[in-house]
Design a protein around this ligand. Structure first.
Ligand code: ADE
Length: 248
């Protein structure tokens, strides 16, 4: 079971996707759980403010420390093992390999990002406690920043900084969904049918899936390769291996 607690100002932008298709099925099967924390609930003053202008000047607003610390502390009070993910363009680039590590829990703590972890999260703190002590339950908190960025001191709470790629988005909601989707589909039992080993083979390094076809065998003159109609499983496997895509 993997639980994601998403701290956001825009739950409505995320929730419909998580209530759809495989994400919903994962929850229904008891393999995943999604929870939301509204950052606004921890905002300051009558307007529940969560952001302010940067010291030193500059454009835009930054997420303030107080609401973010209070929100994360409220979650960690209930589950101190929860790990904090911050989507940010300056994080480690998200890959299938990282998704696999986050899905299995154990390996996640040996990633490059893990070396920068706070000792308690790494599991080598004084009490040796870490999420790998209970591989059956993993809890990730995803903090979705908005506005122009966040106060740097927020990083003291963060276990993993994750970038989706070399472009800048307006907030952490889309990265949160991508991280969640790519991790949850790797939980054994979520996709049904496939064994996790088979899933691994598709996601090995940069090997992508081979071309696939369904009926009809001839669509407007575009024909399915004969080999796939041959029933020769050995040859089909060979063809698929030869035609597996490579990431650019
Ligand atoms: N927030 C804004 N841009 C981002 C990116 N490319 N990856 C992760 N989080 C982001």
């Amino acid at each position: 079971m993997i639980k994601f607690t998403i701290i956001t100002l825009f739950q409505e932008a995320i929730e419909p996707y998580l209530k759809t298709s495989m994400m919903w099925k994962a929850v229904d099967k008891g393999l995943a759980e999604f929870d939301f924390v509204n950052l606004r609930d921890f905002g300051l003053g009558p307007h529940k403010s969560v952001d302010d202008t940067p010291y030193g000047g500059g454009d835009g607003m930054l997420l303030r420390c107080e609401p973010v610390f209070a929100a994360i502390e409220s979650i960690k009070e209930k589950d101190p093992t929860a790990l904090v993910i911050l989507p940010t363009p300056v994080g480690e680039t998200w890959t299938q390999d990282l998704a696999r590590k986050f899905a299995s829990g154990l390996g996640a703590f040996r990633s490059a990002a893990a070396r920068e972890l706070a000792p308690s999260a790494r599991g080598d703190g004084p009490d040796g406690r870490g999420p790998e002590s209970d591989a059956n339950f993993l809890h990730y908190i995803i903090l979705c920043p908005h506005y122009e960025g966040y106060d740097e001191r927020i990083l003291s709470l963060v276990d993993y900084k994750i970038s989706l790629g070399k472009y800048v988005l307006t907030g952490g909601e889309l990265p949160a969904l991508i991280i969640i989707d790519s991790v949850v589909r790797l939980i054994p039992g979520v996709l049904g049918g496939e064994t996790s080993a088979e899933i691994e083979s598709f996601s090995d390094g940069d090997n992508l899936e081979y071309p696939q076809y369904t009926k009809p065998a001839d669509f407007r003159g575009m024909k399915v390769p004969d080999i796939l109609l041959s029933g020769n499983h050995g040859e089909i496997a060979k063809w698929r291996k030869e035609h597996s895509g490579k990431a650019k």
